[in-house]
Design a protein around this ligand. Structure first.
Ligand SMILES: [Zn+2]
Length: 278
């Protein structure tokens, strides 16, 4: 009997105070451009959470509710807070953001207009940006079919990582908002989770582009495609064909550029395919 008690005591000591949830272990990368997975406790009904005034994904993981929060690239290290509403009350849940260093990348473009667009281009770019921002700001109630995403293309090495500080022909531009896969033109691009096609376009920078809303603010964008095989309103299953890899828009050669957005924040897609490098 006493031996059993001793064994139980040892087991209890070995367990952490509160076990990390499955999703926490796989997705919690709380750095600028990363993801914070925050425990919201146990409750019968789902709490609602927001970060920087935008709704945030809330999922059930075992017995607990968790928030899956996208952290903007420019965020300083230190405390951040989430607003959580449950049972008619609002509380603040603090979480810590660490640091991550992103390297520079210098790209040479033969087409100078893609570095310094003319006034007509700028008008077009502004219009296209507004359209794309609206797609990222969607927050539909359905829970994603899977939050550990499938790679959108088969094979291919990861080329440019997320967050690179970019210089085009020596001039600083926005950091790299997604992850690039080096794959040949024509490679099928597949939905990394089920979702609805919410925007399709042929843009100045992004070329032929598809946006898929996976639910609860998780939105994927695929760009520089050579062909698009879906239209706005289509429901695509996990693994469903979206289009083919190309080099349309501002691209130096065929590759797939994939963005993942949470709560209107572009985060590192590598996190969701278990390829994150700290
Ligand atoms: Zn890219």
């Amino acid at each position: 009997m006493s031996r059993l008690l001793l064994l139980l005591a040892c087991l209890c000591l070995a367990l952490p105070l509160r076990a990390e949830t499955f999703i926490q272990r796989l997705l919690d990368r709380p750095v600028p451009g990363g993801v914070a997975v925050i425990d919201l406790g146990e409750a019968a009904a789902a709490p609602r959470a927001s970060y920087r005034d935008r709704p945030v994904m809330v999922l059930r993981d075992g017995q607990r509710w968790i928030a899956v929060v996208g952290i903007p690239l420019g965020t300083a290290a230190g405390a951040q807070s989430l607003q959580v509403q449950a049972q008619g009350q609002t509380r603040r849940v603090d979480f810590e953001v660490g640091t991550k260093r992103y390297v520079e990348q210098h790209i040479k473009l033969a087409n100078q207009r893609q570095v310094n667009p003319n006034p007509d281009d700028l008008k077009r770019i502004e219009r296209e940006l507004a359209e794309q921002v609206a797609a990222y700001r969607r927050f539909t109630p359905g829970t994603p079919s899977n939050v550990f995403l499938d790679r959108p293309v088969d094979g291919g090495r990861l080329s440019s990582p997320f967050g690179l500080q970019r210089f085009f022909n020596g001039e600083p531009r926005n950091p790299h908002s997604g992850l690039d896969f080096a794959v040949p033109a024509g490679t099928p691009v597949k939905a990394p989770a089920a979702g609805r096609v919410v925007l399709v376009g042929d843009y100045f920078f992004n070329g032929k582009t598809v946006f898929v809303d996976h639910g609860q603010g998780m939105v994927s964008m695929f760009c520089h495609l050579s062909a698009i095989d879906v239209k706005v309103g289509d429901e695509v299953p996990r693994g469903g064909l979206l289009g083919k890899v190309g080099a349309t828009g501002r691209a130096t050669g065929p590759h797939l550029h994939w963005n993942v957005s949470l709560n209107d924040v572009r985060v590192d897609p590598a996190i969701f395919i278990d390829a994150f490098k700290p």
